[in-house]
Design a protein. Sequence first.
Length: 81
Amino acid sequence: GGVYEEVIVEPERLVVTETSFKEPDCEHEWCAMKNTIKWKMPEELKFGQFVSGDGVIRSLGLESLSNANADVDDDYGAGEL
């Protein structure tokens, strides 16, 4: 059998303001952020892109939709009555 150590965790202070919950004793006022993976992208995402769980920028496949609307005039609906 293994040796187990009892760990007692004290709950953080929770502040409720109207419909908002905050934990002011933690970074970003939310203690669940402690064990998250944080990273920054070296480049900006373009329309129709997302960052996958492995950190790769991927496409949502919206290019065909974008190309289909490419011939629509920017002033659509702004003509004279």
